[in-house]
Design a protein around this ligand. Sequence first.
Ligand code: ACO
Length: 402
Amino acid sequence: GLRIGNLLKETGQVTYDPGFANTASLSSAITYIDGDEGILRYRGYDIAELTEKSTFVEVSYLLIYGELPTPQQLAEFDGRLREHTLLHEDMRRFFQAFPYDAHPMPMVSSAIAAMSTFYQDSLSITDEAQIDISTARLLAKMPTIAAFAHRHAEGVPVVFPDNNLGLVENFLRVNFGFPSEKYEVDPLALKALDQLFILHADHEQNCSTSTVRLVGSSQANMYQSISAGIHALAGPLHGGANSAVLEMLEEIQASDDGPKKFMERVKNKEDGVRLMGFGHRVYKNYDPRATIIKKTADEVLEKLGGNDEMLQLAKDLEEIALADDYFVERKLYPNVDFYTGLIYKALGFPTNMFTVLFAVGRLPGWIAQWREGVKDAETRIGRPRQIYTGAPQRLYTPAEDR
Ligand code: ACO
């Protein structure tokens, strides 16, 4: 890379790069993406191998601490997460105050921001022990917070975590009351969700992660920085795309148009309609995560009885797109979100929880990135420049003369 910051400062020039499409603002040892080849690696390990052989908790450790844990390190890490799943009782009351029909994403980001008021003993950005405690607290409490938001919106009482269960199993329990005398966790549901969390765990400097690092560059604490990242993830062009895909599929099913007519509307850019779940700023090839998810969607929907017609519709849209010049020329392929919603739906989650599920999965990546940022001697407060296009200097006009 070319380090041009100081050079441009000396010459009074700035680079103009909307959306930072071509600007590296930091160096990182966490995640590697080759968008042309469709490669994604965490700390050097290929995503396909991690989803097949690892677990979400192990991958979280890998992202945050840089190496795969020994069995003892993993047991200690997992044990620490099990200790921290409960929320302060006053925090639980927060959820009662939110309007029941509100979207769960702002409930989750508010609760994460509030952690910096409840856990003031872990706000340091330099003390390693405190950083480890805030790491464990965030990872362990996020599933509880997400489920409390879900159950509040459903109008049903919260379920408390059971610390005999691992993180992902507990997540299903706090959302749905599993396991109980009536319900058992289906091993396929558990495996699918674990896999989806691994696939979402980090993706270098995307919009939400850049937000976490930008906020962190001002030395804001981990809770505040990650709360800001959750807001960034909520937008439909980022994490919000997974629920937008399902809404799009429902809309096509409800109309008489069918997939071909819908695709014509997309190509003609009618009302700005896009094929949600397609395209990516970095991948100009099949998103490697989408390949894995498509297979999981097949398995989950077959076993747990999801909406097969909807899966078929998604596959039809993909087939049309991959053979169409509009999509081929622009290198638009399915991204991670094209098939995830179908799996989440089959697992029983309502559509407005899909982006929250993305946030639960992305959390270890945000934590790893925040930690890397505060430790990096090269980190300076993020402060992009602009090209000013407003009025030239003018004199103030008194109100009566306007
Ligand atoms: N459907 C139809 N056309 C598209 C799509 C799409 N999904 N995505 C991009 N295009 C077209 C654009 O209209 C543009 O066409 P033009 O050259 O004729 O103007 C061209 O492809 C380039 O698109 P940009 O918007 O410039 O690409 P950018 O890199 O800025 O955006 C993004 C990437 C936001 C992901 C975009 O592809 C998109 O909106 N996709 C749909 C939303 C989505 O699935 N988001 C999830 C992203 S992945 C994630 O966050 C996990």
